[in-house]
Design a protein around this ligand. Structure first.
Ligand code: DGY
Length: 455
């Protein structure tokens, strides 16, 4: 068995270890439930070995979808007590317990990749028709509830929504949120070195926000009006923008294929068996809305360009201030293909410099930032699923050399250090949870579908 075969075999083993019967947990104990963007990316990892299982991953995720279209960031399919905050703290009263916030909407991009790589095209199309109303409603939820004023820039209400929990990009805005006023006991630091996790200052405010959503009865209008944390997160906006473009393409393919036979009613089922249903006319109307929303973002994204740092940055909606720190969130703008030619070239230069600054890359926070810490979660370590998105973004913009370098250095890092949640960018050592699903899934995608990186 050669090195590559070994790497593939061990990645597939990671997914099997984390399989909980239809869905994959990120890793045992630390994250014992189904996470939204983890699971989407992980579905890709199942494709080579077991296509029905890959589609099932997404079906299970959609079981948590709320009637308003939101796909929550965690689906608590069963009770496990190694995680805090659990469903009781979130207080969501649904048959399938969930959190009340979402996560970066990479799902539709993954579905498009799955369709393109599926050997069983009949199964893929059947599955996609079955999930289209759910996916379309998820995107409409982002635009309607998180951008009710049609600015083109959706807002996020919690650092956990970004997936980049303790990124320094949120420091100033999170500091304006009050701390929760009751005692709680974290469980993550019983499992992982506290130096690799967010600090208590941040957790106090994470939990305040969780409680704020509950006290607001999850009322979208009240939360939009009163939430003490409101962010134009460039990572979330970029991932959503690309996923909307991908979803539009998937819908168009399905509609064209079914043009003769005519599309019958499509139905997806979410939480509490809520049905999302479309006929062909409704699908076309929703597709038009998605196209308009996509165009609006395209027109207005220039508002997040920050001339002094030569990058797209996140912005605090409440104060209007930019988060003036470079994090890999800003590089996700390449994945969305945001910017004019000059801005893209500036991002390219930034990316090349960033790659040259540390023995291992890409550090999640720019190494020159004063907040940089090589081992602490989103304040420095390398996350390979972000490398994967940035590499595909670089490739799409024609920056092939940089794309190849990110891919090969990430695979070398994994080969030498195993399937960790994230990696210290000074010494390459694995940090956080081990046996980690998306690290395995991304490796499988890189190794098994090299052509998919070039689309
Ligand atoms: C955690 O608990 O650390 C997660 O990132 C929340 O999604």
């Amino acid at each position: 068995m050669n090195e590559i075969e070994k790497l593939i075999g061990s990645a597939q083993k990671v997914l099997k270890t984390n399989d909980r019967g239809g869905y994959t947990i990120p890793t045992d104990e630390l994250y014992p439930f189904q996470w939204n963007w983890d699971s989407a990316i992980t579905a890709l990892g199942w494709m080579k070995d077991d296509e029905p299982r890959a589609w099932q991953e997404i079906e299970m995720l959609l079981k948590g979808q709320w009637a308003n279209g939101m796909i929550p960031h965690i689906i608590f399919h069963e009770e496990v007590d190694s995680y805090f905050p659990g469903p009781d703290v979130w207080g969501v009263d649904q048959p399938t317990k969930t959190t009340s916030i979402s996560q970066p909407a990479v799902l539709s991009s993954v579905v498009k990749m799955m369709l393109e790589s599926a050997n069983d095209q009949t199964l893929a199309k059947q599955q996609i028709k079955h999930m289209l109303p759910a996916l379309v409603n998820y995107h409409l939820w982002w635009y309607n509830e998180r951008d009710p004023e049609n600015t083109g820039l959706v807002v996020s209400y919690h650092p956990w929504e970004s997936g980049m929990d303790n990124s320094p990009a949120w420091d100033k805005s999170l500091a304006a949120v009050p701390p929760v006023d009751w005692e709680y006991k974290r469980k993550d630091t019983d499992l992982i070195d506290a130096d690799e996790r967010p600090k208590a200052f941040e957790y106090d405010r994470y939990i305040y926000l969780v409680e704020f959503f509950k006290k607001s009865n999850f009322d979208a209008k009240a939360i939009y009006k009163n939430c003490p944390y409101k962010m134009h997160d460039i990572g979330i906006i970029s991932i959503l923008h690309k996923a909307t473009a991908d979803l539009i393409q998937v819908c168009q393919n399905i509609l064209e294929e079914d043009a003769q036979s005519g599309i019958d009613t499509m139905t997806s089922k979410g939480n509490a068996n809520h049905e999302f249903t479309f006929n062909r006319t409704e699908l076309l109307a929703n597709l038009d809305t998605l196209k308009q929303r996509h165009q609006l973002t395209q027109n207005n994204i220039h508002q997040l360009w920050h001339e002094p740092l030569n990058a797209f940055l996140s912005q605090d909606v409440l104060t209007g201030e930019f988060s003036e720190v470079l994090t890999t969130g800003t590089l996700l703008a390449l994945w969305a293909e945001f910017g004019d030619d000059e801005q893209k070239e500036k991002m390219h230069t930034l990316l090349q410099q960033w790659l040259s600054l540390k023995p291992y890359s890409l550090s999640s926070t720019h190494p020159h930032a004063k907040e940089f810490e090589p081992q602490r979660y989103w304040r420095g370590p390398i996350w390979v699923h972000i490398n994967w998105l940035i590499a595909m973004g670089a490739q799409a913009n024609g920056f092939t050399e940089v794309a190849e370098s990110i891919k090969s250095s990430s695979l070398a890092l994994i080969k030498d250090n195993d399937y960790y949640e994230y990696f210290n960018c000074d010494n390459g050592l694995g940090c956080g949870g081990g046996t980690f699903s998306w690290t395995a899934a991304v490796s499988l995608h890189w190794l098994l579908y090299p052509e998919a990186q070039k689309k």
